[in-house]
Structures are given as C-alpha cells and as structure tokens.
Design a binder for this molecule. Structure first.
Ligand SMILES: [Zn+2]
Ligand SMILES: [Zn+2]
Length: 358
C-alpha cells in the first residue's frame, strides 16, 4: 500500500488514501518520493479545465530515491537520487532522434496504464508518474541523476518549473543577448523565465502581474522593470516603456487573454511564446495581418523543449554555482496530508512555490 492524494472529482479536495502499486516490469523502477512540487498545472486538472480520468493521482514535479529496479534496468540502481521527468522518451522515434524527446511519440505507450490502482480500480499515472504519492512506479528513461550538493527539494523543482521556465528561454525561444523581454505571470514558471532571460543576457526584463508580492519576487529573480497590470492596460504600458514593444513576450499563466496580450506587446519581428496551459477548448485570437506585415510569430513551448538528460544536469550545475535561484523559489513546505492547504495557498497567490516533503 502506498499513501497518495487522490482526485475523485473536479473541484473537490484531494483525498489521502492508500493505493496499490504493481511490481516494476523490465525497464521500470520504483521511486521513494522525497519531494513533490505544488504546480499550477495540476490545478488545471483538479479544476476540470483539462480532462483526466478519476480516480487519479496527480503530481508531476518530483525527486526521489530509487528503491527497486526491474530486471532490464541499466540507467539507475537502487539508492540513486533522481529527478523524475514527466515525459518518458523512447529515444528511437522521429521526434526523439531529431532532438525533440519532449514530443516523444511513444511517451503514451511507455506510460503505465493500470499499474497503480485504487480499491482494485486501475488508474492512469498522471504524466507517467503520479507524484503526489509516497512512491512512484516509473520508466527508467524518466530518471535524471542528481549530483551531490543539490537538495531533493531543489531537484524536484528542476523537474518542472525550472526546466519549463528556463528552457522556454534557452531552448524554445533561443533569445539573443541584448533582447528585450516581457513575462506575463510571475509565479513558479514565470520567475524561472525571468531568471532564464537574465542568464541569457536580456537587456530588459519586464515582469507583468496583478499582485505586489509577485512583482517584488520578479525583481529578486532579475526583472529590470515591473508592470502592475491592475493599474491599467499592460500592453500599452509595456509598449510605451519599450518604444514599440519587446522582442519576446512570454505567457506564464495559462489564459487565452494573456496569450493575446503577449502578441500585443511584441514589436515587429517579435515572438510571443506561450508557456502556460491555456484551458482545453479555448482559442487564442491574433490579428492575421501581423504575421506577414509585421513578421510577428507565436511559439508554443512544452516543458521548456527539454532534452532532460542534457538540460537538467546543467540546470543543477548552475544552481550549484549559485547562478540559478531555486532555494528562493520554495516559499513553503507541506506534508502530503496538507496538500489541499498547499493548493489553497497557490490559488490565493501567496507563494512562489510550495513543496510537499515526504
Ligand atoms: Zn508543472
Ligand atoms: Zn520517442
């Protein structure tokens, strides 16, 4: 039996329950969870904005220690400390071999359906992991080794928010030194976009948010300017500040409206980068003439376009060199049975990032 936070229906508190977990098959490992981040993406599923079958166990930003390995596992051994990446890539499909393992076509096939269950009812593991649980049964390809000197809570955040934010800048947008940047939403992912832009040498980084505490955090993470969107039209403010718009605008909330605002904030030749999860079924509207007459473009960014086995190690190295702030992202720590409290704090905008510590 494994203790887990179970989603039984959208918009209801998660229940702390015992679930059953199978023994690892050939290429699978059992991870004893050390830390699991409280990410906004799970909330989309908890609120029914994205579909997920219930009962189900969410959680996709985690680290842990390898406890058991399947017969054919070669990449990790019992006792290894690992980040669990939420995409399991096969290494052989067209996307994997062309440098896009985050879009692996076999990720679903490698997903473990029915390997965990609740009262005998099989469940699908969210993001191939279901990290709001004491243990996780995952494919060995999802595991990234954690170097010495990186705490487990820090490593957990590398598994989603740090990778997603910094990677959106370095991998998806590939911003040149000197770029001007706007970031809408200064939460867990937005702060990482901000520090990623700083690392990449952006000349101006304008953080846009509605909350004063978020804007203060944005400054700490490297924003050169802040815009309080509650005081007036954010697009107009950013356009005025930059004499016509920024080179790159990042959406880090997950709303169609703010994705459209990103488009409005970029100068001719600029790029709007959508990182937040716009709710399922919603459409982003942008004026069509801008594509050609202003050569504007819009990019989607999933998981910071991660090549996890390559990117996560350098992110952790930058943390070790104190060039990436991750300790500072962790505002609060909770136990698994306090997970609903942790999500209330997230909804109220009280935290940069909370971590469930096991
Ligand atoms: Zn996440
Ligand atoms: Zn693949």
């Amino acid at each position: 039996m494994v203790k887990a936070a179970v989603l039984f229906a959208p918009n209801q508190p998660l229940g702390i329950e015992d679930i059953e977990m199978d023994e690892p098959q050939a290429n699978e490992v059992v991870i004893k969870t050390s830390a699991s981040g409280v990410c906004h993406s799970d909330l989309h599923f908890m609120e029914g904005k994205y579909p997920f079958p219930v009962p189900g166990v969410l959680g996709h930003e985690s680290s842990g220690v390898v406890e058991k390995v399947g017969s054919a596992v070669t990449k990790v051994k019992v006792g290894d400390r690992v980040v669990v990446a939420f995409v399991t890539s096969c290494g052989a499909c067209d996307n994997c071999v062309t440098g896009k393992p985050y879009l692996c076509r076999n990720s679903g096939a490698l997903g473990r359906r029915g390997r965990i269950s609740y009262k005998g009812q099989p469940m699908i593991q969210f993001a191939n992991m279901s990290a709001f649980a004491e243990k996780q049964l995952v494919h060995e390809n999802a595991c990234v080794h954690i170097p010495d000197g990186v705490p487990m809570e820090v490593a957990a955040l590398v598994g989603c928010s740090v990778m997603t934010g910094v990677g959106a800048v370095s991998n998806t947008a590939k911003i040149p030194v000197g770029s001007t940047v706007a970031v809408i939403g200064a939460g867990g992912v937005g702060l990482n976009i901000i520090q990623g832009a700083k690392l990449a040498g952006a000349s101006r980084i304008i953080a846009v948010d509605l909350l004063e505490n978020k804007l203060a955090a944005a400054r700490e993470f490297g924003a050169t300017d802040v815009v309080d969107a509650s005081t007036g039209d954010a697009v107009q403010q950013v356009t005025n500040m930059t004499g016509g718009g920024v080179d790159f605008a990042f959406e880090a909330i997950g709303l169609a409206k703010t994705a459209e605002q990103c488009w409005g904030m970029i100068r001719p030749g600029g790029k709007a980068v959508v990182v937040g999860m716009v709710p399922f079924g919603q459409t982003v509207n942008v004026p069509g003439h801008d594509f050609v007459l202003a050569e504007k473009s819009i990019l989607g960014s999933f998981y910071g376009s991660t090549r996890q086995q390559y990117d996560m190690p350098w992110l952790m190295e930058l943390y070790r060199q104190k060039r990436l702030k991750i300790d500072e992202l962790i505002t609060r720590r909770y136990k698994l049975d306090q997970i609903n409290e942790a999500y209330d704090a997230l909804k109220n905008g009280e935290v940069n990032r909370s971590v469930i510590v096991f």
